[in-house]
Design a protein around this ligand. Structure first.
Ligand code: ATP
Ligand code: MG
Length: 605
C-alpha cells in the first residue's frame, strides 16, 4: 500500500439534518426518474442527437437557442418576458428574438466586426443584452459579458485583457465606466450604445443602436461555426484572487441543454427565472442559453433584489422553475417564515441554488416556507455547466451538493503536502469514502473550458492525469453524495484539524439570531490558525456580551472541537459582485490591512 500524506485529519461527522424525500407522484413526474439508469445509459455521443446543428453543417449557440424553433409551434411562443425596473414589461417571442438578433448581427457586420472578435457586453438586464449576445454568436464573435455594476477599473481591465474590438453598452454606463479609459484601449474600435435614439446627439466615437437596427436587414446567414470554435469568454468571480478569463466553445451548448434538463428539471411549457445576472456564467448558461434551447419562457428582471418584488414576480409571472443563489435565499430568510400577503407560489415546481455553499437551514426553509426544498448544485465558470446536483426525483440531503449528473465523472482526489493532486504511476489517487480531498471532474464533458485567456500555464496546471482539478475541497459519502468542505485556499488548519468554513457557518446559521456568517482562520501562535466567525444578526437582535457567549456555547454544542473560538458581530459581510461571501477580504481586514489595499481587490461590492 502506498503511504501518502493526505488531508483527512478529522473523521466525517454526518449532518444532523434529515434527508428530504419526495412524494411518489413528484418523483414520477420528474426528469431522470432513475438516477442510476440515467447514468448508465447516458453518453455525450448519444446526447448529441438532441442538438439541431446548423442546416448544412456546423454548430452555433444562437441557432440552437432561437432559430431552430422557427417553423415549429414554439415560433410564436414567449421566449423572453422582460420586467422593467420602472414597472413596464416586454414580451419577445422566439420569432422576435430571431429577427432582432439577425439585425444585430448585420449591425456588427456593417461595422466590420469579424469572426473571432471579442464583443464585450456591459449592459444591465435589458432585452438588448439577449439580442446582442445572440447576434454576436450569429456573427461568429466571442461574447464576453461584463457585470454592469463593475466600476471603471474592473471594466478597463477586462476590456484590455480580452482585447475586445467591440463594446455594447448604454450611454450612461459608457459615460460613467468607460469613456475616461477609452484612449487606453487601442484595440476597442467600436462602442455601440443600445439606448442612443435616432434624434439624440451622438457621443464621440460611438454608434447608436436604434438607427443601426432600424436600417439593418432582417435576414442574416449565421456564420458556420463548429463545436470547437470559441463562443464565450467568461471572467470568474474573483473570490480567491484576480479573475481569470475562461474560454468556452459553441459545443458547450450540448451541456447547457442536457444539464438544465437534468439538474433544473426544465420541461416544455415552463416559466423559468434564473436570478443570476448574465454578466456571470450562471446568468449566461442558464439565464439565456439553456432555457431558450429547451423552448421555455425566460423571465428577466431589470431591478435589483427586493424581497417583495421577488415574491410578486414569482406570483404574477407564474414561475415554475426558479434558480437562485444562497445569498438571495438568506436575504429572504431574514424576513422570517411569513410570506407577504398575496403571494401565490402554486405554479412553482422546482427551486435550485448555486454559487456558494447552501446552508442546510436554507434547504429546509424552502421546504417549509416556499413549499419546495432548495436543490443545491455545484459548478464553476470553468466547468461551464452544472456538474453535481440534487435532482428532482431524488432524495435531498440538506447540506450536500448532490451527485454527479449523467455524463459527468467526478471524484475526490488525494492531495500531497504541496497541495497538488497525488500522482502515482501516471494516475491520480482517489480519496476514500468521507475522506476530504480535491473535487475533480474527468476531462471530456462538452462545456469544459478550453483555456484561461492568455494564461496557458495556469490552464495546464488545472489538470492532472486526465482530470480537471477544481480547487475546491469536498468529500463523498457512501451513497455518492458530495459535501462541500471549502475552497482549498479558505480551508482552516487548526491544531491538526482541517476545518471547512462552510460547516461552521452553517452551524451558526442554525441559531435564531444569525442571518449570515463568514468564518476564517485567524493566525494563532499555538494552533496555527484559530476559527474566527463574523456574524450578521437578524432584524430584532442586538449585539451583546450575553448573545456573544450564547453563540460561542451554541457553536461548541454543535461543532465540538472545531467551534469558533472568537465571534465578532459585523454590520455587513463583504460579498463579491456576484454575491459570494469573500473570506479572503474578511481575512485581510482581520490582519489589519489598510482599507485602501483591501478595496482595490477585485469584485468587492
Ligand atoms: P475565482 O475563481 O475568481 O476565485 P469563483 O471561484 O468564485 O472566483 P465562480 O466560477 O463564479 O468563481 O465560482 C465557482 C465556485 O463557487 C466553486 O469553485 C465553489 O467554490 C463555489 N460554489 C459554486 N457552487 C457551489 C455549491 N453548490 N456549493 C459550494 N460552493 C459552490
Ligand atoms: Mg474559482
Amino acid at each position: 500500500m502506498k503511504t501518502v500524506n493526505h488531508e483527512s485529519s478529522r473523521p466525517y461527522q454526518p449532518t444532523h439534518w434529515d434527508p428530504i424525500d419526495k412524494s411518489a407522484l413528484e418523483r414520477a413526474a420528474a426528469n431522470a426518474t432513475d438516477y442510476e439508469l440515467s447514468c448508465r445509459e447516458f453518453t455525450w455521443e448519444l446526447a448529441r442527437s438532441s442538438l439541431a446543428g446548423l442546416p448544412g453543417g456546423g454548430l452555433n449557440i444562437a441557432y440552437e437557442a432561437v432559430d431552430q424553433h422557427l417553423g415549429t409551434p414554439l415560433e410564436n411562443a414567449p421566449a423572453l418576458r422582460w420586467l422593467a425596473v420602472t414597472g413596464g414589461d416586454t414580451t419577445l417571442t422566439y420569432a422576435d428574438l430571431a429577427t432582432l438578433s439577425n439585425r444585430f448581427a448585420n449591425v456588427l457586420r456593417g461595422l466590420g466586426v469579424r469572426r473571432g472578435d471579442r464583443v464585450c457586453l456591459l449592459l444591465g438586464r435589458t432585452p438588448e443584452l439577449y439580442i446582442a449576445a445572440l447576434g454576436a454568436w450569429k456573427a461568429g464573435c466571442v461574447v464576453s459579458p461584463l457585470f454592469s455594476a463593475f466600476g471603471p477599473e474592473p471594466v478597463r481591465q477586462r476590456l484590455e485583457l480580452s482585447g475586445a474590438t467591440t463594446l455594447i453598452t448604454s450611454s450612461d454606463l459608457y459615460r460613467r465606466r468607460v469613456a475616461s479609459n477609452r484612449s487606453a484601449l487601442p484595440a476597442l474600435r467600436h462602442v455601440v450604445l443600445t439606448d442612443a435614439g435616432i434624434d439624440d446627439d451622438p457621443i464621440d466615437d460611438t454608434v447608436g443602436l436604434t438607427l443601426a437596427m432600424a436600417i439593418a436587414d432582417d435576414e442574416f446567414p449565421i456564420v458556420r461555426t463548429g463545436p470547437e470554435d470559441p463562443a464565450l469568454l467568461h471572467f470568474t468571480s474573483g473570490t480567491t484572487g484576480r479573475p481569470k478569463g475562461a474560454v468556452h466553445v459553441h459545443g458547450a451548448v450540448l451541456a447547457h441543454r442536457i444539464t438544465a434538463h437534468y439538474a433544473l428539471d426544465l420541461r416544455p411549457g415552463d416559466v423559468f427565472w434564473c436570478t443570476a445576472d448574465p454578466g456571470w456564467v450562471t446568468g449566461m448558461s442558464y439565464g439565456v442559453i439553456a432555457p431558450l434551447c429547451l423552448g421555455v419562457t425566460v423571465i428577466s428582471d431589470e431591478a435589483e433584489f427586493d424581497a417583495q418584488r421577488w415574491y410578486d414576480i414569482l406570483t404574477a409571472e407564474r414561475v415554475s422553475v426558479w434558480y437562485t443563489a444562497p445569498t438571495a435565499l438568506r436575504m429572504l430568510m431574514r424576513r422570517g417564515d411569513e410570506l407577504p400577503a398575496g403571494t401565490d407560489l402554486s405554479c412553482l415546481r422546482f427551486v435550485a441554488s448555486v454559487g456558494e455553499p447552501l446552508n442546510p437551514e436554507a434547504v429546509v426553509w424552502g421546504d417549509r416556507v416556499l413549499g419546495h426544498p432548495v436543490h443545491d448544485n455545484w459548478w464553476q465558470t470553468e466547468t461551464g455547466a452544472i456538474m453535481i446536483a440534487n435532482l428532482a426525483a431524488e432524495q435531498i440531503r440538506p447540506g450536500s451538493m448532490g451527485r454527479p449528473l449523467p455524463g459527468i465523472e467526478a471524484a475526490i482526489l488525494r492531495r500531497g503536502p504541496d497541495g497538488r493532486a497525488v500522482i502515482a504511476d501516471g494516475d491520480v489517487e482517489h480519496a476514500g469514502v468521507d475522506e476530504v480531498g480535491e473535487l475533480a471532474v474527468r476531462v471530456g464533458w462538452p462545456s469544459m473550458f478550453r483555456g484561461y485567456w492568455h494564461e496557458s500555464e495556469r490552464y495546464a496546471r488545472a489538470f492532472a492525469a486526465g482530470w480537471y482539478l477544481s480547487g475546491d475541497l469536498a468529500r463523498r459519502d457512501p451513497d455518492g453524495y458530495y459535501w462541500f468542505v471549502g475552497r482549498a485556499d479558505d480551508v482552516i488548519k487548526s491544531a491538526g484539524h482541517l476545518i471547512g468554513p462552510f460547516e461552521v457557518e452553517s452551524a451558526l446559521m442554525a441559531h435564531p439570531a444569525v442571518a449570515e456568517a463568514g468564518v476564517i482562520g485567524a493566525p494563532d501562535p499555538v494552533a496555527g490558525e484559530r476559527v474566527k466567525a463574523f456574524v450578521l444578526l437578524r432584524p430584532g437582535f442586538e449585539p451583546s456580551e450575553e448573545l456573544h457567549d450564547d453563540l460561542i456555547a451554541f457553536g461548541r454544542r454543535q461543532l465540538g472541537v472545531v467551534a469558533p473560538k472568537e465571534i465578532v458581530f459585523a454590520d455587513s459581510l463583504p460579498h463579491t459582485r456576484s454575491g459570494k461571501v469573500m473570506r479572503r477580504l474578511l481575512k485581510a481586514r482581520d490582519l489589519g490591512l489598510p482599507e485602501g489595499d483591501v478595496s482595490t481587490l477585485e469584485g468587492v461590492s
